[in-house]
Design a protein around this ligand. Sequence first.
Ligand code: ZN
Ligand code: ZN
Ligand code: FE
Length: 779
Amino acid sequence: MLSHYQNDGVELRIHGVVQGVGFRPFIYRLAQEYQLSGSIANTGGESVVIRIEPPVCNLKDFLDDLKKKAPPLSSITKIEQQKITATGQQGFVILPSETKQHKNVEIPVDTALCDDCLRELFDPSDRRYLYPFINCTNCGPRLTIIASTPYDRPRTSMKAFSMCKDCRKEYLDPFSRRFHAQPNACDTCGPKLTWHDANGQELEVESPIDSAADALSSGKIVAIRGMGGFHLAVDAASTEAVDLLRKRKGRAAKPLAVMVKDCSVARTYCHVSDDEEALLRSYQHPILLLKQKEEKKLAPAISPGIDMLGIMLPYTPFHHVLFASPLLPEAIVMTSGNISGEAICIDNQEAIRKLHGVADFFLLHDRDILTRIDDSVVCKNKSGISIMRRSRGYAPSSIKLPFKVPDILACGAELKNTFCLASGNSAYLSQHIGDLTNTEAFDFYEESVKHLTALFDIKPDMVVCDMHPDYLSSRYAQNSSLPIIAVQHHHAHAAAVMAEHKLNEKCLAVLLDGAGYGPDGTVWGGEILLADYKEYKRLAHLQHLHLPGGDIAAVEPWRMAAAACYMATGELKKEIIDRWSPAISADKTTFLVEMMEKSLNSPYTSSCGRLFDGVSALLDLRLTSQYEGQAAMELESLARQAISLNRSDHRISGNESVLPVSIDMSGDIGIIKSAQMIETLLDMFHHGSSSSQLALEFHFWLVESLTATLKEVCADLGKKPVLLSGGCMQNGLLLDRLVSRLNQEGFQVFSGNQIPMNDGGIALGQAAIGGYRSAASPS
Ligand code: ZN
Ligand code: ZN
Ligand code: FE
């Protein structure tokens, strides 16, 4: 088969994640093993080119080995092979990178410390013993240190450090694990840690790490400069320290992430399955949401009202050295170093200025961070991984689209914003930006759009944004002077799941979230659509509720409870008004009912998130929220209590709902009625049913209502794949049960696994829709 290469050479073009991951030295070593002459070069695009001089022997074995032994961080998507004429070159060489920019570069992601480096880090005979910035081609910072592409040391923040003799030797040695490892460094030549007081004044200490461990053990708040930005750290077991951190940071109740030394410590606090352990230890090292154990608890303020705990393992060498210190508490809070709502700090001076009054000490280093990137947040459910925040370790690796698109900037939504750049078959979702209503976060947005556009060399021909005219991301699009496509919020949610799973057909989509702009003047958020990339049709939605007061209803669940009662019974019963008082005064509730009667500032919404809020307040769980989604998360936790108390064991695997399921498909658009459900729920609560049991019944009701509606619409349309997305689908109890019920009914179900189902995934759907439409209509 390969005889035609006897006199000719062969060129192999390898596509995929093959740059910045040690691929060239790997090929070099493999070529030596096979005694091949030729070369390998980075192309600047997402490929490398290997040229092999004749005679080309054992090409099949060579390719097999290449695929089998490729470096851990690489992934090969395609290998192209063609005949070339011999040049007579002897030996194998690695050619320098071309500096010319190419489309479709893969920017390598920041990676947790590898096992080889970990071993060296704690080997007293190694020259990098306890060096907090040890790294190699298989691990270390990437995106966060890249100024421009192609990825080479002079175009990273490591250019400030000139390598010592020993480091240079490794860097130039193709047989070293540090061959062309751009952040390569050691204690002699590389970045260093320093210890500073609350004013940023450097303090002379023997070991900044021991000082940090000591401060943490005595309840102090330490700002730590990490890989993608600052963390604020405190002893996670100390109630006073955690309370103080919340107070100073202005973060009332939103759960805080915790770092522990290893999986065995994680297991003392949480249930950890084998799959979850693999996720914790993956090269991304995300924050993983785990079910807490009853027997051992951290400070109560870590995740009040929530039965899950966000845990991550040490991922930089510095973290490992810190955890090796005997002084360090067993678990430390590691939360983003910012004031609530703002972007994470990356610069030393910026942090000293902004975190003044928050941190008692600063642990700084001098390796500049060029891209802000938060820790990623993921969880494991029955349908796979669900990514809540796609950032460090995941962004900006590409997602392959099922069709080609022009250069596009998709601007995303408003909360949990990410944006998406796309070109050809590749889409690059940005790291988590955050809530754009905050000015600082909006600066971060603009800065990131500029930086990533340059890194990927994408010059947008068009911008895509949400239909909501007042989202700052939509305004950003309007100011771009490029052609704009505005996409309906839930259509984008659906398209993101389609794009992730490379579907290209009409699908049914169940989209449950807090709010999205509806073209009919109502606020959407509990939708069943029939959609492809081109268009969508609204088939059904959750029954309308008033949204009394507009946006404020999202943080005051009692308003939604009042709206739900009003819808179900036409009034708000005195017993409820009395129950809420004095937290919510009777005057306030009466006024709210008047608002709804007169339709004053009370638009209609089909939002599922708001229905969760309403139910939560009706069950006396939460009347006002301290952060977005709090009431819904607490309701989910409460429902899980009913499961663990075995009260509903006999029904867990069933498909019945105690709360009445009622759908009205008589009109053009189907209505999933919630009125009877609310009435029954109130009645059962009044007659002594427990709030946890009713929280669980509400979940069951929702699953059965959605399943019944899908079955109805399929009676006309025939079976179609079902997409699940929207922020409410991050509720693991809801998602798992809905998936298994739909599977039971014979539906093929797709949900977001690699892409957030909350608004952090919207931009991918926007890019896919925009790209599809522009390709469909010749310009
Ligand atoms: Zn390493
Ligand atoms: Zn060195
Ligand atoms: Fe949404």
